[in-house]
Design a protein around this ligand. Structure first.
Ligand SMILES: [Zn+2]
Length: 108
């Protein structure tokens, strides 16, 4: 398993594409801070934690938090599966930052 997940495999989708994807990756929601005031909240279909997403994000596919997405990605790398996750450029940016911070913490 590689140290860094391959984020390139994720779809950064248009809304039309994303209605057909396997999962929508959402930012975690701590119950207090919304990324944007009109964000909607829901739960991760894997672990049941709270997530937040834009009102414009696709409704049909299940939602998944970052942590579960990373686990799924790692699994896919092992299995060679090619499930499609929908992720917005903004969320991708946030996850990259999150991973950078994790790596920083590890090296201490
Ligand atoms: Zn989760």
């Amino acid at each position: 398993m590689s140290d860094r997940p391959n984020l390139d495999k994720l779809i950064i989708g248009t809304r039309e594409q994303s209605e057909d994807c396997d999962c929508v990756v959402c930012a975690p929601y701590d119950g207090i801070n919304l990324g944007l005031p009109d964000n909607l909240t829901g739960t991760c279909h894997k672990c049941g934690c709270a997530v937040q997403f834009r009102p414009s994000s696709p409704k049909k596919p299940p939602r998944m938090c970052w942590d579960c997405m990373l686990i799924e990605l790692a699994k896919h790398e092992d299995d060679g599966d090619e499930d499609a996750f929908m992720i917005t450029p903004k969320t991708l940016e946030e996850i990259s930052e999150y991973l950078n911070n994790l790596n920083k913490k590890k090296s201490h």
